[in-house]
Design a protein around this ligand. Structure first.
Ligand code: NAP
Length: 249
């Protein structure tokens, strides 16, 4: 019987969980445990790391998982690498469900950098008003450029205040709108937005607002992902599940 493990923490994973639940398929959604209150889900869920590739292989075997769907965020590169390796070792089906990256259009003022250290290095120079649209785990790296005034938006209030000397914190889990992000950027007189190229619609508003206001964006490109079967569509994953179940694999 098909038994799916969905690696989640994204809207795509939640959409897939809904789709498999509607079809009566057996699935568990896995969270890393980075946010305090995961949204309610229509399938059972678990929280926490597996303990590297070895731990994930053990989990896949113990739970008799037949299909591993990696629907993690495109920047969750470690989990994706582990998932591809573990699925190979355990000999089970594996697919990646990810969103297409954003692309700059007319009016966008994007500069691309490959990773967080490069974004930090690019901030050398005069103090600016910077919106760090990155998630809290990357914020401390920017302490190396303490001259700037940083605006941050987190999903949960952090237990420990960010270590940046000049910062303002907004706690909001969205959904974010163009009107809302225009108002936020105007209110804080943002001069530069730093964003990861997550793709999707949920976090897109800040880029549209930056374009409308002529604000520069430092775009952190995606890390390399495993060479594995990949799709951008929940429907494709459902088809893949159906076909492999028909083939009996
Ligand atoms: P990561 O660096 O690739 O993963 C670090 C470790 O966290 C993994 O080795 C694994 O621990 C554990 N982990 C990650 N995703 C997991 C999952 N879905 N279920 C169980 N364990 C998981 O990942 P990350 O960038 O810290 O992201 C963590 C989670 O947040 C992911 O689920 C991702 O989808 C979500 N998220 C990430 C971002 C982002 O920008 N990175 C944005 C939005 C949401 P073990 O090695 O112990 O198994």
């Amino acid at each position: 019987m098909t038994n799916i493990l969905i690696l989640g923490g994204t809207t795509e994973a939640s959409a897939l969980a809904t789709a498999v639940a509607q079809r009566g398929m057996r699935a568990v959604l896995s969270y890393a445990g980075r946010t305090e209150h995961p949204r309610a889900q229509p399938v059972p869920w678990r929280i926490g790391g597996f303990g590297g590739v070895e731990g994930l292989v053990h989990h896949l075997r113990q739970e008799r998982v037949t299909h591993l769907v990696d629907a993690t965020h495109p920047f969750a590169a470690t989990m994706s690498r582990h998932a591809a390796q573990a699925a190979r070792i355990a000999g089970i089906n594996h697919i990646m469900l990810t969103r297409p990256p954003w692309e700059a259009g007319p009016g966008d003022r994007w500069t691309h950098v490959p990773d967080i250290p490069a974004a930090v290095a690019a901030l050398d120079g005069e103090p600016r008003r910077v919106m760090l649209a990155l998630g809290r785990m990357h914020v401390d790296a920017f302490a190396d450029q303490p001259q700037h005034d940083y605006l941050m938006r987190f999903v949960d209030a952090p237990d420990i205040a960010p270590s940046l000397p000049n910062h303002r914190l907004v706690v909001d889990r969205g959904p974010f709108t163009l009107a809302g992000d225009l108002a936020l950027m105007r209110q804080h007189r943002v001069e530069l937005v730093i964003a990861k190229n997550a793709g999707g619609t949920g976090a897109r508003a800040k880029l549209d607002a930056a374009r409308a206001l002529g604000i520069a964006v430092l775009m952190i490109d995606r890390p390399p992902l495993p060479d594995a079967q990949t799709t951008h569509s929940v429907t494709d994953v459902i088809d893949w599940l159906d076909h492999s179940a028909q083939r009996g694999v």
